[in-house]
Design a protein around this ligand. Sequence first.
Ligand code: FES
Ligand code: FES
Length: 157
Amino acid sequence: MKQQIEINVNGEVQPAIIEPFDTLLHTLRNELHLIGPKQGCDTGGCGCCTVLVNGESRYSCMTYTMTVADAEITTVEGLADGRNLDHIQQAFIDSGAVQCGYCTSGMILATKQLLSINSKPNDAEIRQGLAGNLCRCTGYHKIIEAVKLASGQTTGE
Ligand code: FES
Ligand code: FES
């Protein structure tokens, strides 16, 4: 049975009509029209649906909306300040870490969580921190460069 809830996404509390077993990915994309989180495997295996729930990265395809109705949810749409990109978004662009872009919003949010707990990760720590996010295009090298740029360990030159 459908019901209306309120959900806090990107700092804004807004109504959403959901079924009890709707996933957060479904609610974000189909109710709130936030298409940054991507639908890939839908089974917790690729990470392209990653969002932050209370600052922690989470597969939105594996999360029931009902269970996060009281949480603060961040999608990639919530990172930029108007036309100014978040520094992680900018680092991905400057490093050439975006090709098809399907994995990118999940990678950026996973990076945001990683840098919140380890501000200067080394290569191994970056690989481990992003292990739940797959990219079929870049070979990961540019993504690691982007994380190092975003964390101030390189200048991008
Ligand atoms: S779509 Fe959620 S992990 Fe693949
Ligand atoms: S840029 Fe295409 S999957 Fe990562």
